[in-house]
Design a protein around this ligand. Structure first.
Ligand code: BGC
Length: 442
């Protein structure tokens, strides 16, 4: 392990989403889902991290970890708890939270939809129905008109492919349907929502003449799909098909407005360029087998607590590909790992940031890195038991404790480098230098 430096233009921080940390919201589809006892460990996002009340403490922690940027969600269900009625109190709260962040020199990137939305929308078929377009735009208008003087950077939608596949193909998330036709519809409607919101955000901020460069994008969940057996041409074919169907067709549509089969053709909202940056959420790679069209974990590879392969090179491969394809700066809007005991998170951070330093040396403009996540939080179907945080959270007492990997990350954020001394302190000679290998540690 060698010391390395990161480029001075890289802004570093972490990411969270509203529903995963705020707690206390009874108007969202995820609250309703938790109430039905659908979460693996029977926990609920109603508790989460109580960030709604503890945001000042959490911003203090970001400052301690030398954050320059922070990706946060605002919750549609808090802001529009009843259809057409917007909450002045909720928007005031977000303004307070964001103002405090700005005072501390932390620049916010705001996500408008991150898997959760109001129950009233869910009851009206959510993103299955084309009317969602006007509903989403009304909500986006409210947010941007009320926060736009403080916030210039937005993510319209987080991981539309994951949302559509979990909710409508596997049926493991709300609304728990298993219908391929609906997967395609939802993807298409999300793409159209993104494109219209992209235009609207630019329009509003320009009209008001608010400061700061308006930057709008999507947080795209991309995986590396490799042939399970690289010598098998059918596996290679299946990997290509998986890549296209799960991510490529949709991502391209959101970038240029042209619908691709199988979810459409033509450009109903016109062609254009609808991404000011390429937001990449990167976690892992899948090995694809033609037989049964299956995604498997590659054999003999290191894995995290959830059994996901740890594959840092994938970050390099995807950033390079996305830059070459979309020609906009790359923002890593999520990257992190599930490691309850903090046994390998430091190593994970080291390896992934090393890839970023290589990318930058090779001329790929990676401008941001948001680690997932600032602190342990409500991990959707897994509930509280899957821990991705730089900071450990005791949910009973809400006590936050910075993990050693969090300290390591904070030091990197401070000087944009990993020194020999940091390697000695956080990696060599500690249990954090090795990944668990072979199979999942759980
Ligand atoms: C999501 C996050 C989630 C993380 C870890 C991403 O797909 O955007 O909300 O917590 O992965 O699973």
């Amino acid at each position: 392990m060698k010391p390395f430096q990161l480029p001075p233009h890289l802004l570093m921080g972490s990411a969270t989403s509203g529903a995963q940390i705020e707690g206390g919201d009874t108007n969202s589809n995820w609250y309703a889902w938790c109430e039905q006892g659908r979460i693996r460990d029977q926990t609920s996002c109603l508790r989460a991290n109580d960030h709604w009340n503890r945001y000042s403490e959490d911003i203090e922690l970001m400052t301690e970890l030398n954050h320059r940027v922070y990706r946060m969600g605002v919750e549609w269900s808090r802001l529009e708890p009843i259809e057409g009625q917007f909450s002045k109190e909720a928007i005031k709260h977000y303004r307070k939270e964001i103002s405090l962040m700005l005072e501390k020199g932390i620049k916010p990137l705001v996500t408008l939809h991150h898997f959760s939305h109001p129950i009233w929308l869910e009851n009206q078929a959510g993103f299955e129905h084309p009317r969602v377009l006007s509903q989403f735009l009304r909500y986006v208008r409210f947010v941007v008109e009320n926060l736009g003087d403080l916030v210039s950077e937005y993510i319209t939608i987080n991981e539309p492919n994951v949302y559509a596949v979990q909710g409508y193909y596997f049926g493991t998330w709300p609304p728990a349907k298993k219908n391929l036709r609906l997967v395609l519809k939802v993807m298409k409607h999300m793409a159209l929502c993104h494109i219209s919101a992209y235009r609207l955000i630019h329009e509003i901020r320009k009209e008001k003449g608010w400061p700061g460069q308006t930057m709008v994008g999507v947080a795209n969940h991309l995986r590396v799909f490799d042939a399970y057996n690289k010598n098998n041409p059918l596996d290679r074919l299946a990997a290509g098909a998986m890549d296209y169907l799960f991510q490529n067709a949709l991502t391209r549509t959101m970038a240029d407005g042209i619908l691709r089969p199988p979810f459409g053709v033509g450009a109903p909202l016109g062609k254009g360029r609808f991404m000011d940056f390429f937001g990449l959420n990167y976690y892992t790679r899948d090995g694809v087998r033609f037989k049964g069209f299956q995604n498997l974990v590659m054999p003999n590879t290191p894995r995290n607590d959830l059994g996901w392969e740890i594959y840092p090179k994938g970050l390099y491969r995807l950033c390079k590909l996305c830059y070459e394809r979309y020609r906009v700066p790359v923002w890593i809007t999520e990257n992190g790992t599930c490691d309850e005991e903090d046994r390998f998170r430091s190593r994970y951070i080291y390896d992934h940031l090393l890839e970023i330093s290589k990318l930058c040396s090779d001329g790929i403009p990676v401008e941001r890195y948001y680690h997932w996540s600032l602190m342990d939080n409500f991990e959707w179907a897994e509930g509280e038991s899957a821990r991705f945080g730089l900071i450990h959270v005791d949910y009973d007492t809400q006590k936050r404790t910075i993990r050693p990997s969090g300290r390591f990350y904070g030091e990197i954020c401070r000087n944009l480098e990993v020194t020999e001394e940091m390697i000695q302190t956080y990696l060599l000679g500690t249990i954090s230098s090795q990944y668990p290998s072979g199979s999942s540690i759980k």
